[in-house]
Design a protein around this ligand. Structure first.
Ligand code: SF4
Length: 358
C-alpha cells in the first residue's frame, strides 16, 4: 500500500512487524571471530576505509571501530567525524539513515553498511510523501527534522537536528520568531517544546525501543535503589523523562555516567550504550530501566533490533564484496545537504560537537 494512504495504525503495525522480524547475525565462536577481526583490519587498511559506529551497536564492534582508528559516537558526532576524516571509504555501523547522512555529506566517498535493511522506526514512521503533504499544508512554519529520517524527508526540511543540539537550534529559531513543524519523534518534540516554549506542531512518530520504558516500574526500581541516579534519553515517554536526574543525548549520558557521584545508575536508553558507559565509569553499576511489568510489555527490551543486525560477518562481507553500498539520488542529496550543513555549522559555532575545534 502507498504510505500516503496508510492509516497511522496500519503504519505502526507494519513497523512493529519489521522490528520483530529483523534478522540477527549468526553466533560466531572465538576462532571465527578472531579470523574476522584480522580480515576486517586487513581490508580496512587495503581499502583506505574507516569504521564509524553508533553507541547502540554490539560492544565488540564498538571496540573494533576504536582499535582501528574509527569512531564510536552519537549521530551528530558520526556525521561530523565522517565529514572530516580523510578515508576514501566510510563503513557506517548503525542504521540506514546514518549511512545516508554520511553519503549526503561525502558524495565523493564510498559509504558501506553491513546491512542496508537496518532501519529505524522513526525513519519508517515518517514516509516522505505523507510528510511533504503535511509540510505543504503549513507553509508558514520552518521544518525541523530529527536525524532519524530518510534523505527524502531531510530534503524537505529547513534544519536537521540531533538530540545533542535540538533544544539549542529550536531555541535559536524561536528567538527569531519562527513557528515550527517538528518530525518525527513525538516524545523528543514534546521535550523540546517544553524547554524552548516554541510554537511547534509535532509529527507523531516514536522509537520502538525508547517508547517501551515505563514510569511505574521505574519508580519501583528507584525505590529499591534510592541512591541511584536516573539517566533518560528524551525519546522516552514524558512520564519517564519526568523521573530523570539527567535527560540528554547518548553522548550527554556517557558524560553524566562519568561525572555522577552515585555508584549506581539507572539508564533509560538502548543498553548498547553500556559499553561506553562502563569504559567511562568502570567502577559503577548500571541498571537497565524497566520496559515491562504490570503497566506494559517488552518486545524490544531496551535494545534496537535494527542496530543488532550489525555483526562481524556482514561487516567483513561489506568490505570484501562491496555489498551494502549506500546510494542517494543526487537531487535529493543536494537538497538534504542544506539542513544537515546548517546544523553542523550551527553546532560548530556553538561548540556543540567535538569537531568544533577540529
Ligand atoms: S533505537 Fe530507536 S531511534 Fe535508534 S535506531 Fe533504533 S528504532 Fe531508531
Amino acid at each position: 500500500m502507498d504510505s500516503a494512504h496508510q492509516t497511522p495504525l496500519q503504519l505502526e503495525a507494519q513497523i512493529r512487524s519489521l522490528a520483530e522480524h529483523a534478522t540477527r547475525p549468526p553466533f560466531l565462536d572465538a576462532e571465527r571471530r578472531q579470523e574476522l577481526h584480522a580480515r576486517i583490519r586487513r581490508l580496512l587498511a587495503e581499502q583506505d576505509a574507516v569504521i564509524v559506529a553508533h553507541y547502540y551497536v554490539d560492544g565488540e564492534l564498538q571496540q573494533l571501530a576504536e582499535d582501528t582508528g574509527g569512531c564510536v559516537a552519537d549521530s551528530l558526532e558520526m556525521a561530523s567525524f565522517g565529514n572530516r576524516h580523510s578515508a576514501k571509504t566510510l563503513v557506517v555501523v548503525g542504521v540506514r539513515f546514518m549511512g545516508e547522512t554520511a553519503k549526503i555529506l561525502n558524495p565523493e566517498k564510498r559509504v558501506l553498511m553491513p546491512d542496508l535493511q537496518a532501519e529505524c522506526s522513526l525513519d519508517l514512521g515518517c514516509p516522505a510523501d505523507a510528510f511533504i503533504d503535511y509540510c505543504d499544508q503549513h507553509p508558514d512554519r520552518k521544518v525541523v527534522v530529527y536525524a532519524n529520517t530518510s534523505a527524502a524527508v531531510k530534503a524537505r526540511a529547513d534544519w536537521m537536528v540531533t538530540s545533542s543540539n535540538a533544544v539549542a537550534i529550536v531555541e535559536h529559531l524561536h528567538r527569531e520568531g519562527e513557528k515550527i513543524i517538528w518530525a518525527p519523534d513525538r516524545h523528543l518534540g514534546h521535550y523540546v517544546k517544553q524547554h524552548t516554549g516554541a510554537d511547534m506542531i509535532l509529527w507523531q512518530g516514536s522509537c520502538v525501543v525508547h517508547d517501551e520504558f515505563r514510569a511505574t516500574e521505574l519508580k519501583q526500581l528507584m525505590d529499591q535503589h534510592p541512591d541511584a541516579e536516573v539517566l533518560v534519553h528524551p525519546e522516552a515517554p514524558e512520564a519517564v523523562v519526568a523521573l530523570a536526574d539527567v535527560v540528554g543525548s547518548t553522548r550527554r549520558m556517557v558524560e553524566a555516567a562519568r561525572d555522577s557521584l552515585s555508584d549506581t545508575l539507572i539508564v533509560a536508553t538502548d543498553y548498547g550504550l553500556f559499553h561506553k558507559m562502563k569504559q567511562a565509569a568502570p567502577n559503577k553499576t548500571f541498571l537497565v530501566a524497566p520496559t515491562g511489568g504490570t503497566s506494559g510489555t517488552c518486545s524490544m527490551c531496551a535494545h534496537c533490533p535494527w542496530m543488532a543486525m550489525n555483526g562481524l560477518d556482514n561487516l567483513a562481507a561489506a568490505l570484501e564484496h562491496g555489498t551494502g553500498e549506500v546510494h542517494v539520488d543526487e537531487d535529493i542529496r543536494r537538497r538534504a545537504l542544506i539542513p544537515i550543513q546548517r546544523m553542523l555549522d550551527f553546532s560548530r559555532s556553538h561548540d556543540l560537537v567535538g569537531a568544533a575545534t577540529a
